[in-house]
Design a protein around this ligand. Structure first.
Ligand code: ADP
Ligand code: MG
Length: 449
């Protein structure tokens, strides 16, 4: 029999015996490459599909194949990207547009490139959540749906959630994945109501294959947003689409959340992430210093791991400060002496130290001078690009060098909302670990303080 005809028959058999989601994901995209004697080679469009088909579905394929050929075959799956023109009508997109499409999907997903599994340290506090995440990336929409991750600030909820998104895009290159804070969902819904574009709004969310919704506690007490989210959730869940949610609390502890949402959110797997323990803090500190290319004396490392005990965001922030200080003194290693020199009996190197003499006004004027803008503009309403960037740096420094709270920083910088200050802080913090120019800017400003 002609190999393509043969494979079509095999696939038809499996189509009858498998659930349609499994069939569409794992079987429909396979193609026969060759059949020689009784050795059959079959391609899958991703290495992930090769792995799953080999581990889980090999016997099903083989049984169908043996029945069709009336002989005992050896079957092997290999990875091969979809060819430019394929006889398989399911995959008839040319390779070029397939790749283009993938880039668009990646972009639409809103995932931050840093938040991957490769950059995630796994330790006691997050190993259960991590293991569950591995289950999802292998079987999205099947187990653990929804996957609900909760925990305090800065423990890595967003990072883990986005890592799932990155890996799903790798495993299922055509998946439409979207990350969004619950607040964005709410804001878009309100705009859609104003613009009378509710139908488009619904479509936009309901055509996705996976949603990653951050900080879902935001919808608490907001009836209309809860109502719409409930319907979006149901539409996706019913069609086996993966839903991942994060929150600062367990579903049943979120006040003013409708019972039916509490029940939906608790209907899959709920896991928590705790603040990191000592071992994990060691690993995180090591990871960051390695990335920044500065070595850390082992006594300094253990000292830091003992003393930086809050959460991972904080550890990153404080360590970043420390590294900046070391770099500004042209040090290549952080030593216990260096920490001592910073009077670090209880980690007072944190710029928000009690004896900090830097006043907010002074810091703002140093920043204004550095960026060559007027103080009144820096603290004004304009959103011009140069001003916005200078403001991000100023907000970051105000938070790290003075004891001001987010709201106060927002007030000083033109009456801005605390969420825009969080945005500025996170932006600089992320850029510090990847962009030497950002590091240099902070060092230069610190020298002028
Ligand atoms: P949350 O969403 O819980 O508030 P994030 O996911 O935003 O916390 O994490 C805060 C910071 O800490 C981010 O920069 C993130 O990359 C980092 N981080 C969190 N968890 C880990 C981890 N396990 N390994 C490495 N970095 C982490
Ligand atoms: Mg978060």
């Amino acid at each position: 029999m002609d190999p393509e005809r043969l494979w079509k028959n095999v696939i038809e058999e499996l189509k009858i015996s498998l659930p349609s989601s499994v069939f569409q994901t794992f079987v429909a995209k396979t193609q026969i490459l060759s059949i020689e004697n009784n050795s059959v080679l079959v391609s899958c469009p991703s290495s992930y599909l090769v792995e799953i088909n080999t581990k889980r579905h090999h016997h099903l394929f083989k049984e169908a194949l043996d029945r069709q050929t009336k002989q005992n075959n050896q079957l092997k799956f290999i990875f091969q990207p979809l060819p430019a023109s394929s006889s398989n009508s399911l995959n008839s997109a040319p390779l070029f547009s397939f790749q283009q499409n993938q880039a668009t999907l990646q972009q639409n997903s809103q995932l931050h490139p840093h938040y991957t599994f490769a950059n995630l340290v796994v330790g006691n506090s997050n190993q259960f959540a991590y293991a569950a995440a591995q289950g999802i990336i292998n079987n999205p929409g099947l187990n653990y749906n929804p996957f609900f991750i909760w925990g305090g600030v800065g423990v890595g909820k967003t990072h883990l959630m986005q890592a799932i998104g990155h890996q799903l895009l790798k495993n299922f290159p055509q998946y439409k994945i979207k990350y969004f804070p619950a607040e964005t969902f709410g804001n878009e819904l309100i705009s859609a109501l104003k613009n009378k574009s509710i139908a488009q709004f619904k479509d936009k969310y309901r055509q996705l294959d996976c949603i990653l919704v951050d900080d879902i506690q935001f919808i608490a007490g907001k009836e209309y947003i809860q109502e719409e989210f409930f319907h979006t959730f149901n539409a996706l869940h019913l069609s086996g689409k993966q839903i991942v949610l994060t929150s600062d609390r367990r579903p049943d502890q979120i006040n003013d959340l409708k019972d039916r949402l509490v029940s939906r959110f608790s209907g899959g797997l709920t896991v928590d992430i705790q603040p990191p323990d000592y071992e994990m803090r060691l690993a995180i500190i090591k990871q960051l210093s390695d990335k920044q290319g500065i070595s850390l004396h082992h006594d300094a490392l253990s000292y830091l791991a003992q003393n930086l005990t809050t959460n991972i965001r904080d550890i990153h922030g404080q360590l970043q400060q420390l590294i900046m200080k070391a770099l500004s003194q042209s040090l290549t290693e952080i030593t216990p002496q260096f920490l001592n020199q910073l009077h670090s009996s209880t980690l007072t190197f944190s710029a928000a130290s009690s004896d900090s003499k830097i006043t907010p006004r002074h810091l703002i004027s140093v920043c204004a001078k550095y960026f060559d803008v007027k103080t009144s503009d820096l603290c004004g309403p304009s959103r011009k690009k140069e001003l916005a960037s200078a403001r991000h740096f100023t907000a970051y420094l105000l938070l790290t060098q003075t004891k001001l709270a987010l709201q106060e920083v927002g007030r000083l910088l033109g009456g801005r909302d605390h969420t825009s200050i969080i945005h500025a802080r996170d932006k600089i913090q992320k850029s510090l670990s990847t962009n030497p120019h950002t590091q240099q800017t902070i060092i230069n400003i610190q020298k002028n303080l």
